[in-house]
Design a protein around this ligand. Structure first.
Ligand code: 13P
Length: 254
């Protein structure tokens, strides 16, 4: 049985004070011992990783939203995987559609980032997903398959716990238009089967595949109940303690 994972991607939101308040509210609730089957992760901005790491009290794990494919050097504005380790970061979101769109990250660059994260013992949350045009022209399985194959090229995965996949249909991100549980389940099953083709049965059966895209307190349970959906990567709804806690509770229940 795979445990559920609920990860909050805060993107470029919250002041330091707001971030502290949100973390404190989560830690307080999660310390009530409500969690048996769910791992909780938050991904604040780079600027707040270190101060927030001091407030998590072992209840919540820390993720970054990106990292460089390079070790160190003259890369103004970039942050290395080693620097993230120094901030007590365990996970790193890579290949998010907003990085692909606004920073022109290619599958090849994402592949290098995945390799760098893995070799630094960071667990990548590797995002894939199709645009609305690709869905409407029925290319979505092929698009996701290509992202998977190119992103994971020459990556030897011995243990499914070393990586997390997040299926985030671009048309569902921040739009309030969620994939239906049927649409999401269908794609998650497809991704799991592709992982089997790329690696093996054991890895495919144990790897976590999260859903992201307008997942909220109302629709989380129905999505998380699907056989191949192992939790969520949550944007907007992770910025409000009450909503995020309801999503975590849905993961516990599913
Ligand atoms: P929303 O939940 O705001 O749609 O964002 C999803 C996302 O991009 C998480 O990485």
């Amino acid at each position: 049985m795979r445990k559920k994972i609920v990860a909050g991607n805060w993107k470029m939101n919250l002041s330091l004070n707001e971030a502290f308040n949100l973390i404190d509210a989560l830690v307080e609730n999660l310390q009530l011992g409500i969690l048996k089957n769910t791992k909780v992760i938050v991904a604040p901005s780079f600027a707040f990783l270190h101060p927030i790491s001091g407030r998590l009290r072992n209840t919540i794990a820390l993720a970054a939203q990106n990292c460089s494919e390079n070790n160190n050097g003259a890369y103004t504005g970039d942050v290395s995987a080693e620097m993230l380790k120094d901030c007590n970061v365990s996970y790193v979101i890579l290949g998010h559609s907003e990085r692909r769109k606004y920073h022109f990250e290619s599958d090849e660059q994402i592949n290098l980032k995945l390799k760098k994260a893995l070799s630094t013992n960071l667990i990548p949350i590797f995002c894939i997903g199709e645009t609305i045009e690709e869905r409407e022209s029925n290319k979505y399985f092929q698009v996701v398959k290509t992202q998977l194959i190119k992103g994971l090229a020459d990556i030897n995965l011995s243990n499914a716990s070393n990586i997390i996949i997040a299926y985030e249909p671009v048309w569902a991100i921040g739009t309030g238009k969620t994939a239906t549980p049927q649409q999401a389940q269908e794609m998650h099953a497809f991704i799991r089967n592709e992982i089997k083709n790329l690696y093996n049965d054991l890895l495919a059966n144990t790897i976590h595949i999260l859903y992201g895209g307008s997942c909220n307190a109302q629709n989380a349970l129905e999505l998380f109940k699907c056989e191949d959906i192992d939790g969520g990567l949550i944007g907007g709804a992770s910025l409000k303690a009450n909503d995020f806690i309801k999503i975590i509770e849905a993961a516990e229940k599913a």
